[in-house]
Structure formats: C-alpha cells, structure tokens
Design a protein around this ligand. Structure first.
Ligand code: HEC
Ligand code: HEC
Length: 213
C-alpha cells in the first residue's frame, strides 16, 4: 500500500504530493522502472506461447469468458497487472508461474510481452450477458465510471486505467464483485467505494453493457 516512489529530490516529492492521486500512490518503484523501458513487441512473440494456452493465440481469452481477453489492452495496464500478480498484490494463483520475472526474462521480457499483447487487435465478439438490463447498465456506467474509464470504455494508459470494452461478461462480473467485496485488493480505492452501492444485479447490468462496447 505505501509503495510511494522514494524520490530523493524534495521538489519531486512536493510535486508528487500536489498531484497526489490514489493511482499514483499505488505505483511501485518496480512499475516505474518497467514503464521506463523501451518495449520490443517482436521479442514478446517468443514468450507469448506461454500465455496462449489460456489467453488464446489471438489474446481473446477463453470462450466461456473465464480468462480475460488481453488483446489490445494498454501496455502499461498489462505491465501493472502482471507486476501486481507477481508480487501477489492481486491474488491469482493460476498466473503466478506466468508472471514470474525469471520465466518472462526480467522486467524487459515483461515489458515486451505486454507490448505484444497490447498490439493484438481487440476481440470483436466477447461473451455477453443476458441483454435484459442494458438500460440500467448504460445509466450506471455513464454516470459513475466514465470519469476514469472514458466514454467509450477505452481506459487511460497514462493513469493505468484499464480498457473495459471488448472484454468478456463473466470476467467483468467476477472482477467487479471481487473489487466491491475487497478480494481484488490492487484496485483504486475510489472505485471500490463507488461499487459499495452496487447490487449483484447492478454489477451484471454494467458488465453486460461493457461486454457490448
Ligand atoms: C493457466 C492459465 C493462464 C496462463 C498460462 C496465463 N494466464 Fe493470464 N490470466 C489467467 C486468469 C485465470 C486470469 C484472471 C485472473 C483473475 O480473475 O484475477 C488472468 C489474468 C491476466 C491478466 C490481467 C488481465 C486484466 O484485464 O486485468 C493479464 C495482463 C494476464 N493474465 C497476462 C498473461 C500473460 C502475459 C501470460 C503469459 C506470460 C499469461 N497471462 C498466462 C490465466 C492464465
Ligand atoms: C477513480 C477512478 C475509477 C472509477 C471512477 C472507476 N474505476 Fe474501474 N478501475 C480503476 C482502476 C485504477 C482500475 C485498475 C486497478 C488495478 O490496477 O487493478 C480499475 C479496474 C476496473 C476493472 C477491472 C478491469 C480488468 O481488466 O481486470 C473493472 C471491471 C472496472 N474497473 C470497472 C469499473 C466500473 C463498472 C466503474 C463504475 C461503476 C468503475 N470501474 C469506476 C479506476 C476507476
């Protein structure tokens, strides 16, 4: 939690306090190092077969929607999630072996694989929900989520806000419940707070809306 940059320069420290945001507070020194590297998506293709078993050759994830689509997600978002999983800040036992720095070729390898996945075209037809609560889903999304994830659910790479469009409904539902219920602990506290007011129906509605963006 208290993984502030350990800047030695006082002016940078003051600047970081002025521009304090919950997201920046979560940026670890390791993530800062990783985003500063120049990623080579071509090199990432050599490591990607490790990921394809679950996320698919095209990065679209598993058909039932249990495994997320990672195709076209922002490189910086993928990097942050891999590091959060690697450091067990985000609990994901299935992925521990595949976020191991040695396995991936260090931070450079992780940056390369993230760039490769980011370069893949978006999944045009993710698994969707029932379609019965789309109006509620749209209202909730437009009122409570666009300030960070954007009008078109495109996310914001600079601030590590994930793209939410082109993602599977079952995955979105699970993550939203885990974030609301404090199981996915690497999330933005402001977002977890908003989700406290969401019923399971609200979560299904917003996830269904997003899976059709
Ligand atoms: C054995 C199956 C499996 C393999 C192999 C695997 N993953 Fe995953 N991955 C998952 C599952 C399951 C999740 C979702 C976990 C959750 O719900 O928190 C996930 C989540 C992710 C996420 C987070 C997505 C998001 O939207 O936040 C990223 C990024 C990711 N994987 C990248 C990779 C990369 C890169 C590789 C290869 C180096 C890889 N995975 C290999 C199963 C796998
Ligand atoms: C204050 C900014 C903010 C707001 C508002 C916000 N989010 Fe998020 N959201 C984030 C951040 C930051 C992450 C990534 C957290 C992390 O690194 O794990 C995230 C992650 C997610 C994820 C997980 C994505 C993935 O690929 O695993 C989902 C789903 C999500 N948000 C949905 C929503 C919905 C729906 C709303 C509106 C009810 C919302 N968010 C409002 C900042 C926000």
């Amino acid at each position: 939690m208290f993984s502030f940059f350990s800047f030695s320069s006082a002016s940078l420290l003051i600047a970081s306090l002025i521009f304090y945001s919950p997201v920046y507070a979560e940026i670890s020194k390791t993530l800062a190092e990783a985003v500063a590297l120049t990623p080579d998506p071509e090199a990432g293709t050599k490591i990607y077969p490790l990921c394809a078993a679950c996320h698919g050759e095209n990065g679209f994830g598993q058909q039932q929607g249990e495994y997320p689509s990672i195709a076209g997600q922002h490189q910086r978002v993928i990097l942050k999630q891999l590091l959060d999983i690697q450091s067990k800040k985000r609990i994901n036992p299935t992925m521990y072996a595949f976020s191991d720095l040695e396995t991936l070729g260090g931070l450079q390898g992780m940056a390369d694989i993230a760039a490769y996945a980011a370069s893949l075209p978006l999944n045009p037809s993710p698994v969707t929900g029932s379609g019965k609560q789309l109006q509620n889903g749209e209202t909730l999304y437009l009122q409570q989520c666009t300030s960070c994830h954007g009008e078109r659910a495109q996310g914001n790479a600079e601030l590590f806000y994930p793209r939410l469009s082109n993602q599977h409904y079952p995955y979105l539902v699970r993550e939203l419940r885990w974030i609301r219920d404090g199981i996915r602990k690497n999330s933005d506290p402001a977002m977890a707070q908003i989700l406290q007011n969401f019923s399971n129906d609200d979560i299904n509605a917003v996830a269904d809306y997003l899976s059709r963006r």
